[in-house]
Design a protein around this ligand. Sequence first.
Ligand SMILES: Cc1cc2nc3c(=O)[nH]c(=O)nc-3n(C[C@H](O)[C@H](O)[C@H](O)COP(=O)(O)O)c2cc1C
Length: 258
Amino acid sequence: MMSCRVASLVLLSLLAASSLVAAYYWRRCRALEAELAALRPEVPEIEVSPAPATMGEVIKLPPPVTRGNVSVEEAISRRRSIRSYADKPLSIFHISQLLWAAQGITDPARGFRAAPSAGATYPLEVYVVVGVGGVVGLKAGVYKYDPESHEIRLVVPGDLREVLAEACLGQSWVREAPVDIVITAVYERTTSRYGERGVRYVHMEVGHVGENIYLECVSLGLGCVVVGAFYDDEVARILRLPEGEYPLYVIPVGFPRA
Ligand SMILES: Cc1cc2nc3c(=O)[nH]c(=O)nc-3n(C[C@H](O)[C@H](O)[C@H](O)COP(=O)(O)O)c2cc1C
């Protein structure tokens, strides 16, 4: 009887001791976790867009991404002309995607592009007018897009948005956007094959390109508006367009102002 009582007492004491040890380790583990959390460094904001490979006259654009998070139907339904932009620069990734959507090569074997072209005569050229701080890592200036190499080349240095806005009858969104895309046409490339009817084809083509840019903007969380009201000769002079090349669209692009 006596030995049974002693055994129970020993068992109870062992149980009490083990719960004390367990409680101690539980508290110690929580304290260690708190210490480790305090030691963990702050995760810095990561710039996801790659920096330009070359910071010179010719800039190699990052390869275009052909999968996005927005369906074509959603992009069409959300597309709107946006004329007010946040004070936030674009990245070279945005420029790459926008130019690819406008005139990028989508069939390298045959040289076919993102937008259709009558007889694949490709009469359109694309420029980007970049403002000071408009694109991370790019100096201000007018850049011309080369679809074959997916590069842009600086053709006119300096921030030309102000004068471009004046040439667009003072439309403030041209001045305030971080960048303006300008689509020009060399009609001769198409009219030499189709005669006068080629003029109509060129105008249809610029519409396709404009819509592609609108939809790509939706996909990238950007906003734009196509501007057709401007003095042709003034825009041509600002961009230093060669003889026989004419501006058709000026397209301010930026992050929409909230
Ligand atoms: C050929 C063409 C020329 C345009 N020109 C201008 C323009 O000079 N300035 C402007 O702010 N919007 C211009 N727009 C945009 C229209 O004003 C806009 O598409 C219209 O108000 C309908 O709005 P939404 O694009 O949001 O549907 C133009 C649109 C087209 C198709």
